[in-house]
Design a protein around this ligand. Structure first.
Ligand code: ATP
Ligand code: MG
Length: 791
């Protein structure tokens, strides 16, 4: 299989080659989008193995998603075969989980800890804040959670947070933070930020542990380095080291690649500083610049360069391509968001029809997850195969979370958040009051919630009424029974089936007449399937010649075990469910599916055809950024990321009116549209003339967008466009009125599917009465951008 070292360098340019073959001190590769940074990393790993005889076990590569990690591993496996398994290629979080499980003893905790996601975190913080008598109106759990997360990303512990607190909010945050950490420890749980922070703390506190990893990982490589936060940066520095350790182990070879213009996670504490000061922190570092872009046409690249050039305080880059101008960017202004989606669906159809692109070549981007709904509706109606990446993810659905909570409690009985979640799910007569009494008992006795439940069984919890005590006894017996299923060595899917049956959860859903419950049953079936596939996959890995290698690797839960399954569930990232370019998993003849996702999720990816949608001030850039230069700069980097995902064809579109929160909202053109040189864009459709827009005279897109901005602010607020003072005059209303007839089927945002039973009035007074089944009959106005489509 193995390519020789020479072949590995053949299709690289001189700068890329330099980065791949560099040996010795730290190396920073900074370069614009599509210049081959990720390619350099993968190639470098291959080269280390082939030319420098590095053992795969000495390599630690950090990627942004599990999917990227799997891809990198695959490419290296193609080169060196199964030995690739000994490499650590993972996300920051997966890597830390692995280290922490391995070192659990050092940290005096048990290695079966639960990993809390943002929802669990918010629940626990809500509980803590309530116990500390914090007014939720003044300090919402969400706000507290964000502040605590920021502190952790800066590696600030509760003591220092308390000492540094300068105002009431900060004091409250520090107080909650301290108690929150105590409860996490008690629940044998960590949140996402802890995974990083605790690993750093451990490496710093235990030099012998740090030494072990230093000895082991001689090569550390980081992709998307611009999006590391302070804690992650420190982790990398601790792992690689900056000078020889006490016993004389030299620092590992560190290679990081990134692009300051693509830093899009400042809101999670990521800091460009990590790039800008790399050379200061690593004085012997070498920097390599890559300037040739291999991804996009010159047209696309010029648009991206022009937009990002507007950002202040950036190092200008020269990014060029020799792939020719290619097609012009297609611009489109639609009357409303439904029309925008319809235009895009039509274009996709045409591209597929003409054989210019397969569905899997195409991606549709939007700024925020909620924008996917309109595309989904239209795509479903037209039968266009698609997949939404991210959004309300499978594992965030209520029924899936309930089941995962059961599994977590079975794996880690101390997991209080999960335990309290399932305490009365399905309803078994343990009410809020009983829960509070048990929680108070736990607090007073300083025991875990699980232990307090056992006390309740034995009648040692004062003030608990006998009925609740009996219900709790039943619940504890149920958990014990399920615990035996786990102990008997049943596979995860069998454990799940047992939970679904013995708790009565499935029966309850099956007997309900709420149509949503039917889809809940489907999701649970899907979860059982996921678990079964997990077992099959594990069996395959274990039967492999490599079983030894896998098994001997410490820090991973036993393959196929419940903890292993839970770890996988906890660590799936948004981008991990992106369909593969060959469309293989969809089984519809190889054309695959169109991918719908947010720009954040699209980072690092590329598609032959990209639709950038919703380019409106207030949408993209996000409303929040309009008055804030730093946020606006981040939005502009996001726009740069969006544009540079496209290889051959780029579309940008916007809607004059968009329904937001069920209200029609009129948005001016995105300022980023204005920043794309006019000669690069072929405007298929502008604002209708006479609609009050500046496009009528002369009709250049610039005139239109400039008008929009001059008038901005006054009417970009939610709902503002619906008022009689709309600058759109009367024209726009006609364009969005929904024409319905008796018998038409519709889908409404709030009420779901319905059938029109009668229509009344005309023009602005048009209404329809619609039968939404379980939701009843509702009479609705048909004017404005109604949050409803005709099916
Ligand atoms: P981003 O900043 O978006 O993460 P990147 O710098 O990581 O981009 P890659 O994804 O590594 O860029 O490369 C972009 C595309 O260019 C890929 O399809 C890659 O295979 C191709 N490419 C990179 N270098 C070369 C080269 N020397 N010759 C041919 N193709 C190349
Ligand atoms: Mg990349």
């Amino acid at each position: 299989v193995a390519d020789g070292p020479a072949e590995l360098l053949e299709d690289l340019n001189p700068a890329q080659r330099e980065a791949v073959t560099h040996a010795g001190g730290p190396l920073l590769v900074v370069a614009g989008a599509g210049s081959g940074k990720t390619r350099v990393l993968t190639r470098r790993i291959a080269y280390l193995l082939a030319a420098r005889r590095v053992h795969p076990g000495e390599i630690m590569a950090i990627t942004f998603t599990n999917k990227a990690a799997a891809e990198m591993r695959e490419r290296v496996a193609a080169l060196v075969g199964r030995r690739a398994n000994a490499m650590w290629v993972s996300t920051f979080h997966s890597m830390c989980v692995r280290i922490l499980r391995r070192e659990a003893k050092t940290l005096e905790m048990s290695s079966n800890f639960s990993i809390y996601d943002s929802d669990d975190t918010k629940r626990l913080i809500t509980l803590v804040a309530r116990d500390l008598d914090i007014d939720p109106k003044r300090y919402a759990a969400r706000t507290l959670a964000v502040h605590i997360s920021n502190l952790k990303n800066e590696l600030v512990d509760p003591e220092r947070a308390a000492a540094d607190a300068g105002n009431d909010l900060e004091r409250r945050v520090a107080e909650v933070y301290g108690e929150y950490q105590r409860r996490l420890t008690q629940a044998n749980a960590m949140d996402f930020d802890d995974l990083i922070m605790r690993t750093v703390e451990m490496l710093q506190a235990f030099p012998d542990v740090a030494e072990y990893y230093r000895r082991r990982f001689r090569h550390v490589l980081v992709d998307e380095y611009q999006d590391t936060n302070h804690a992650q940066y420190t982790l990398v520095r601790e792992l690689a080291g900056t000078e020889p350790s006490e016993s004389g182990i030299a620092p590992a070879e560190l290679v990081v690649v990134g692009d300051a213009d693509q830093s899009i996670y400042a809101f999670r504490g990521a800091t460009i500083r990590n790039i800008e000061e790399f050379e200061r922190d690593f004085p012997n570092a070498r920097t390599v610049l890559l300037e040739q872009n291999y991804r996009s046409t010159q047209t696309i690249l010029s648009a991206a360069n022009a937009v990002i050039a507007r950002n202040p305080n950036r190092r200008a880059k020269r990014l060029w391509t020799d792939s020719g101008d290619g097609a012009k960017i297609v611009g489109y202004v639609s009357d409303n968001d439904h029309d925008e989606a319809a235009f895009i669906a039509g274009e996709i159809d045409a591209l597929a029809e003409k054989g210019e692109a397969e569905y899997s070549d195409i991606a549709v981007f939007y700024r925020t997850n909620n924008q996917s709904r309109v595309f989904e509706e239209i795509f479903i109606r037209l039968g266009l195969p698609y997949k939404v990446v991210g959004g309300v993810r499978f594992y965030e659905r209520r029924e899936v979370r309930d089941m995962v909570a059961y599994l977590r409690v079975l794996a880690n009985p101390e997991d209080t958040v999960s335990l309290r979640r399932i305490l009365n799910v399905p309803k078994r007569g343990i009410g809020d009051r009983a829960e509070a009494v048990v929680a108070t008992h736990a607090e007073r006795e300083r025991i875990s919630f699980a232990a307090a439940l056992r006390d309740a069984v034995e009648g040692r919890v004062p003030l608990l009424n006998p009925r609740s005590a009996k219900a709790i006894t039943g619940f504890v017996a149920l958990l014990d029974e399920l615990g035996e299923v786990v102990a008997s060595g049943a596979e995860v899917h069998d454990v799940l089936e047992a939970v679904l049956d013995r708790t009565g959860y499935r029966v309850e859903l099956e007997e309900s007449d709420d149509p949503q419950d039917a889809s809940r049953v489907e999701n649970l079936t899907e979860l059982v399937t996921v678990a079964r596939e997990f077992a099959e996959f594990t069996a395959e890995v274990l039967s492999d010649e490599n079983a030894e290698l896998v098994a001997e690797e410490e820090g991973t839960p036993a393959p196929g075990s419940l903890p292993a399954f839970l770890e996988r569930v906890s660590l799936v990232a948004d981008a991990d469910s992106i369909p593969s370019p060959d469309g293989g998993d969809e089984g519809d003849g190889g054309a695959g599916v169109v991918t719908l996702m947010t720009v954040h999720t699209a980072k690092g990816l590329e598609y032959p055809v990209v639709f950038c949608t919703g380019w409106e001030d207030g949408v993209f850039p996000h409303m929040r950024a309009l008055g804030d230069p730093a946020e606006l700069a981040e939005e502009r980097r996001l726009a740069y990321v969006a544009i540079t995902r496209a290889r051959q064809r780029l579309y940008v579109s916007r809607a004059l009116v968009r329904s937001a929160w069920g209200q029609p909202q009129s948005n001016p053109a995105s300022r980023f549209l204005d920043e794309v040189p006019a000669e690069l864009v072929d405007w298929r459709r502008l604002e209708p003339s006479g609609s009050g827009f500046g496009s009528s005279g002369g009709g250049t897109p610039r005139a239109a967008t400039t008008w929009g901005r001059r008038g901005g602010g006054g009417f970009s607020s939610p709902g503002g466009g619906a008022s009689g003072t709309s600058p759109f005059g009367k024209g726009w209303k006609d364009t969005v009125a929904l024409k319905l007839d008796v018998g038409d089927r519709v889908s409404h945002d709030k009420y779901g599917l319905g059938t029109v039973v009668s229509c009344d009035g005309t023009g602005p007074r048009a209404t329809a009465t619609i039968d939404f089944g379980a939701a009843g009959k509702v009479r609705l106005m048909l004017i404005g951008s109604v949050p409803m489509v005709k099916l």
